[in-house]
Design a protein around this ligand. Sequence first.
Ligand code: ZN
Length: 134
Amino acid sequence: MDEELGGLRVSLSWLLRDTTAALRRLAMREVEIVTAIQDVSTVMQALARPYCQVPDCLRRAARVVEIDLPASWEASATYATMTVHAGFCLEHGQEVEHRVGALVEARGDLHNLLVIVEAAILAERRFRTAGVGA
Ligand SMILES: [Zn+2]
């Protein structure tokens, strides 16, 4: 079945067959593109759910722990901290939270311990000056 279109002889059956094949190829490409988009989406979702920040722990992060890092370890009673948030699995999150608590407590005790040591040194110096225990 041929048609005359503007002086161009066209086989309608050939045109129909070729158009159908082109649409099939297009549909297959569309499936490939949708599959590729789904793959990228899966990877992006995986990246959005990070792993536990303890090296060699392969578990997913299940909780965020707030970590206050003392900025200085000088004799001052007050000190600044830098706060960071990190994701951990349940087990490591609990352990890191416990260790951060101990670290902040040690930093808080540092000033009091230095005051006690300084008082002890001054008391010893006074005793020596007064000749007590000599
Ligand atoms: Zn972990």
